[in-house]
Design a protein around this ligand. Structure first.
Ligand code: ADP
Length: 223
């Protein structure tokens, strides 16, 4: 019998950082956050931003609308070294429009951070995707099919990736992308940090966690 449904996430994280100032973020990023209109982190942001910046693999569970997207946007903007024009963060989403929306949020909160990001999604012109990727981007947000296509054809290099984020992982699995995610994961550096965001905690997600994550911490925020 398969043992993979065991709960292997055994470390819950309770520390809270109540202000953006206390997160020791880069100055251009802090400026971007305030210009975007945020004054204070939401509950999930107070819990999740710091441990991810510290390098923990993380499973974060909270309902939609609680500030998860903004949370990992801030994390990714903090972690990117802008002097290296290579893809350093890969964010996968279940839907094209979602990827485009996240890209817009990253560009807005990152307006002073000098970053390039690209939404790599099915439906885009493939040649245009290749052109942008080969010119160089810091962050790619995409749907699993197109991202795997770009990686397997060597248009998206994974060797400088620091962080891999799966957004709405429950939705990614219910849309049948599990095998594609596993294939993508095989191309990622062994040292990569993995973070999963989800509204629910299903056994399927735990299986995925077992495959990808090292000593993940779990953060749950109930609205
Ligand atoms: P989720 O990814 O959990 O659905 P989002 O990050 O998209 O949540 O945030 C939901 C809404 O709340 C968005 O309109 C976003 O701009 C806003 N929001 C997120 N974080 C903050 C914050 N710290 N202060 C004010 N508004 C916020």
């Amino acid at each position: 019998m398969e043992q993979t449904e065991e709960l292997i996430i055994n470390q819950n994280w309770h520390e809270v950082t109540e202000t953006f100032e206390d997160m020791n973020l880069k100055e251009p990023l802090l400026r971007g956050i305030y210009s975007y209109g945020f004054e204070k982190p939401t509950a999930i942001q107070q819990k999740v931003i710091k441990p991810i910046i510290l390098g923990h693999d993380t499973f974060a569970q909270a309902q939609s609308g609680t500030g998860k997207t903004a949370a990992y946007t801030i994390v990714v903007l903090e972690l990117i070294d802008t002097s290296v024009i290579q893809c350093q963060a890969l964010i996968l989403t279940p839907a094209r429009e979602l990827a485009q929306g996240i890209c817009r949020v990253i560009l807005q909160i990152g307006q002073y951070s000098k970053i390039n990001c690209h939404a790599c999604i099915g439906g885009n012109n493939v040649r245009e995707d290749i052109r942008i990727l080969e010119k160089g981007v810091h962050i790619v947000i995409g749907t699993p099919g197109r991202v795997f296509d770009m990686i397997s054809r060597n248009h998206l290099s994974t060797q400088n990736l620091k962080i891999f984020i799966l957004e709405e992982v429950d939705e990614i699995l219910s849309r049948g992308f599990k095998d594609q995610i596993k294939k993508i994961f095989k191309h990622l550096p062994g040292s990569i940090q993995c973070c999963l965001f989800s509204a629910t905690m299903a056994p399927e997600i735990l299986k995925l966690t077992n495959n990808f994550m090292r000593e993940p911490i779990r953060i749950i925020v109930k609205k």
